[in-house]
Design a protein around this ligand. Structure first.
Ligand code: NCD
Length: 358
């Protein structure tokens, strides 16, 4: 069964197709209003969300389908100790497609390995958020008409910011992309993204703790919130949460067509004074998210007719049960009787669920 767990599960051509469909939906919404008639989406949200869950629900309803689901772990059987694998098997008997958000990294992958319907990763811990990336890519395309030869600055919490990890992964497949990583040293991009994504693809990058240093070179500035909920030390969160605050005076040297993005919700890092600047595109991102989720649901439901699934954990290059993942945020730390799979990257082993190095 085709699922979307990581943005690179789709080829560049498939992403282009989704963008084409999303733009067509925007132009001709009535033509799509019955595309998913009779189909049921289950939104399984084990972690809070406003945009992503309601965006999925809106997408399915606008396609003429229906929605069931829950919006917190406490209102599901997870609170009784049910495994993600069992939840996925049960929901497969009810719905046609699942959108899952979970606080454990790799949980949607476990669900996709156990479901008999497509699973969409709607955010797994601090790991990935591929559908936000689809929204981000459409926004960049609408603004710049291309992905090649752009310079993108990522600012804020690059450590726990899953939207950043997924967008970098998507951008690593285009030519001439340069990325500027702006963060305090405590919130730098995880090593696995640098080694396995950036260095492997040859993406050009620089790291800095200054928001202003590269401002004049950026085509896109992607601001992020410091992810308080993922800090073990709350005092450290308090110390870092206001590391960057984007105000009009910070963008005086920026290009006149720079695109300012933010996956939202914003806390303090993006002043409302920026909202009236023509470069502010974070509400456009919200619209792009709805359109791309509509295109995605159509695609996955169409492909679900193919009963010969490509299962990721059947990849012969993975090694099984040779180590144990030590990342406490990984789904392998709580899921019952799970096989621990690892992939080898340049002689090092990484967990197949959360990408952490062993
Ligand atoms: C993001 C997320 O959930 O990772 N929000 C979203 O889906 N639009 C960003 C965030 O929570 O900071």
């Amino acid at each position: 069964m085709r699922s979307l767990i990581d943005v690179v599960d789709f080829s560049v051509e498939e992403i282009n197709e989704l963008i084409k469909t999303a733009l067509d939906i925007q132009k001709n919404p009535d033509m799509y209003s019955e595309s998913c008639k009779g189909k049921l989406l289950a939104t399984l949200f084990f972690e809070p969300s406003t945009r992503t869950r309601l965006s999925f629900e809106t997408a399915m309803l606008r396609l003429g389908g229906s929605v069931i689901g829950f919006s917190s772990a406490s209102s599901s059987s997870a609170s009784k100790g049910e495994s993600v694998a069992d939840t996925a098997k049960v929901i497969s008997e009810y719905a046609d497609i699942i959108a899952m958000r979970h606080y454990k990294e790799g949980a949607p992958l476990v669900a996709s390995e156990n479901a008999s319907i497509p699973v969409i990763n709607a955010g797994d811990g601090g790991h990935c958020h591929p559908t936000q990336t689809l929204a981000d890519l459409l926004t960049i395309y609408r603004r710049h008409g291309r992905f090649d030869d752009i310079t993108v600055g990522f600012c804020g919490d690059l450590k726990f910011g899953r939207t950043v990890h997924s967008l970098i992964s998507a951008l690593s497949r285009y030519k001439g992309v340069k990325i500027v990583l702006i963060s305090p040293k405590e919130l730098k991009l995880p090593e696995y993204v640098i080694k396995n994504v950036i260095e492997k693809s040859g993406l050009s990058y620089v790291e800095t703790d200054s928001l202003e240093e590269y401002m004049s070179e950026l085509d896109v500035l992607y601001m992020t919130r410091v992810q308080g909920e993922r800090f073990e030390d709350k005092a450290e969160y308090e110390r870092l949460k206001d590391s960057y605050i984007l105000t009009p005076d910070k963008i005086v040297t920026a290009k006149s067509d720079m695109t300012i993005m933010h996956p939202l919700p914003r806390v303090n890092e993006l002043s409302v004074k920026i909202d009236t600047d023509s470069r502010a595109c974070y509400f456009m991102q919200v619209e792009s998210g709805k359109l791309m989720r509509m295109a995605l649901i159509i695609k996955l439901l169409k492909e679900a007719k193919d009963k010969n699934p490509e299962r990721r954990l059947l990849n012969p290059e993975l090694v099984a049960d040779k180590f144990k993942c030590k990342n406490p945020a990984c789904i392998t730390s709580t899921e019952q009787e799970i096989i621990h799979y690892f992939k080898e990257v340049d002689g090092e082993y990484h967990c197949a669920y959360c990408d952490a190095k062993i």
